[in-house]
Ligand binder design. Structure first.
Ligand SMILES: [Cu+2]
Length: 124
């Protein structure tokens, strides 16, 4: 199955509100790939949204692309996923946006945080 860095679910991306994210995707598989940042409001950076053939051409085998956007006015746990063909069902991971430094959560700080992702494995 297609994975990111050999992990399923894919790697955790952890950022803080206000951070600029630069995420380089190197495509080492035989499928074209794009990555979508589910729930992120892309203000003036719609080209980083990821839907194949809508906001970008897919990243072809052996090619790479740097997604570049800033998280504005959002915090919480979202997720990223492939946004082309059936890969969107199995290629995903958490995207965790923490509050800005020294800004508390709007609730008591949890003892522990553990992302839980619901998904399915698509067989070829
Ligand atoms: Cu999505």
């Amino acid at each position: 199955m297609v994975t990111v860095n050999g992990k399923f679910p894919g790697p955790h991306i952890v950022a803080r509100e206000g951070d600029r994210l630069l995420i380089k995707v190197n495509n080492h598989v035989s499928n074209n790939i794009t990555i979508h940042w589910h729930g992120i409001r892309l203000l003036r950076s719609g080209w980083a949204d990821g839907p194949a053939y809508i906001t970008q051409c897919p990243i072809q085998t052996g090619q790479s692309y740097v997604y570049n956007y800033t998280v504005v006015g959002q915090r919480g746990t979202l997720f990223w996923h492939a946004h082309i063909s059936w890969l969107r069902a199995s290629l995903y991971g958490p995207l965790i946006i923490l509050p800005k430094l020294n800004v508390p959560y709007p609730f008591t700080k949890p003892y522990k945080e553990l992302p839980i992702l619901f998904g399915k494995i698509t067989s070829l």
